[in-house]
Design a protein around this ligand. Structure first.
Ligand code: NAD
Length: 260
């Protein structure tokens, strides 16, 4: 199976593990089983502590753990040059990062402030562009970049508001990046994950309602797990998906196919 995936000893950067519930942690577990060399970035000291504990408890090896605040170009440049100069070649990046101010999720979308709009876009969408640019010089053997999106990019999900608009930008950015980076054999895709109870999801006021709706209506009649998103990320990172780029791949129990 490892041969089919061709991920053994590939250098993959995972961005966005905050705790054991993080989608990025589900991804880390899947990629670790496939024998990839994992590099982690974190934003806050408290995430670093949790990440170190998770790595220890689950016997997942990290080749390096590096601070990276995606709101800051210097921080991104520093993180990727640190990893890139060390290993010389980066084969994959998992961007599992998003943030919006809670006041912009708890009010009507029409009341979104200029700053709140810009901040959500910067953190949750532009960061993918900045990260791809910083990593490109080290992705000399081609590779795969994967971002995490959500259905609120395409349809109105009450309470998702400014984040839905940021995800729409993220998904469009995936396509434009795929077009630019294809000549370097770098693929760029997004996974549109179903609702999963994480720290970030706590900020969405309609979250419980969304979980219930999916369970009642989705073809699979259940919600998805971070492990399922992790496994699809593994597939999108691997040799198996070598012909796929610029796509939004759904891991959502089929919820997105429904009409009314
Ligand atoms: P999470 O809170 O575990 O992860 C979000 C991560 O973003 C955290 O690790 C946080 O530190 C990081 N982050 C925020 N601002 C940052 C910054 N400036 N610099 C660096 N890192 C920063 O939540 P999650 O649900 O695992 O979210 C991961 C991704 O999955 C996000 O893009 C989210 O929108 C997406 N997603 C989540 C769901 C869901 O229901 N949980 C569904 C679809 C997509």
């Amino acid at each position: 199976m490892e041969d089919l995936l061709q991920l053994k000893d590939k250098n993959i950067v995972i961005m966005g593990v905050a705790n054991e519930r993080s989608i990025a942690w589900g991804v880390a577990e899947s990629l670790s089983k496939a024998g990839a060399n994992l590099f982690f970035t974190y934003r806050k000291e408290r995430s670093l502590k949790k990440l170190n504990k998770l790595l220890d408890t689950n016997e997942v090896e990290a080749k390096a753990v590096i601070q990276c605040d995606v709101n800051n170009d210097e921080s991104i440049a520093h993180a990727f040059s640190e990893i890139g100069e060390d290993v010389k070649v980066i084969h994959g990046i998992v961007h599992s990062i998003a943030f919006a101010h809670s006041e912009d999720l708890n009010d009507d979308f029409v009341n979104t402030s200029r700053d709140g709009f810009a901040f959500a876009q910067d953190t949750s969408a532009y960061s993918l562009v900045a990260v791809a640019r910083a990593a490109r010089p080290y992705m000399t053997e081609g590779g795969s970049i994967i971002a995490m999106s959500y259905y609120g990019a395409e349809r109105v999900v009450r309470g998702y508001n400014v984040m839905g608009v940021a995800k729409a930008t993220l998904e469009a950015s995936v396509k434009y990046l795929a077009a630019d980076l294809g000549e370097d054999n770098i693929r760029v895709n997004a996974i549109s994950a179903g609702a999963i109870r994480t720290l970030a999801a706590k900020g969405v006021p309609s979250f419980n309602e969304v979980l219930n709706k999916i369970e009642e209506n989705a073809p699979l009649k259940r919600n998805v797990t971070k492990e399922e998103v992790g496994d699809m990320t593994l597939a999108m990172m691997s040799h198996l998906s070598r012909g796929v780029t610029g796509e939004i791949v759904y891991v959502d129990s089929g919820y997105n196919i429904l009409g009314i």
